[in-house]
Write a new protein. Structure first.
Length: 134
């Protein structure tokens, strides 16, 4: 389990009101199981995490495989485009931080790095493929 700290801050107005991409696309492009009231805050939080190597949201890159929420925790299955990704720790920490800011403080945040199925460009959003020229 990760997330050894809690950032207990009141959400800013920007966090409370989805804008831009998050406001336009309210359906998560990954499997979600949990309370509907937490779905959009989780999607918005994950969209704020950017893969610095491609300058795109990890959601658009297709790095989120699954999110499940119980009364005690939120569990995120996350992958990288390559096992040799030099920014893995940074991305995992940013996922934890953004979820911590968006979710109730009593929820434990668990981010699990997975390699199966392997990531492929097919997981990218249409917007990301256009951005990359694919």
């Amino acid at each position: 389990m990760r997330c050894p700290f809690r950032v207990n801050r009141a959400p800013s107005e920007a966090q409370a009101q989805p804008t831009g991409v998050a406001a336009m696309d309210l359906t998560p492009p990954f499997p979600y199981a949990g309370p509907e009231t937490l779905r959009q805050p989780i999607v918005d939080a994950l969209r704020r995490v950017v893969d610095p190597e491609v300058a795109m949201s990890i959601v658009d890159v297709g790095l989120i495989y699954d999110v499940s929420v119980t009364a005690a925790k939120v569990h995120v299955l996350l992958t990288m485009t390559s096992a040799a990704c030099p920014v893995t720790d940074l991305i995992v920490e940013e996922v934890e931080t953004e979820l911590d800011r968006a979710l109730p403080p009593e929820l434990l945040i668990q981010v699990e790095l997975v390699w199966q199925p392997p990531w492929s460009p097919d997981r990218m959003s249409e917007r990301s493929r256009r951005f990359m020229g694919w």
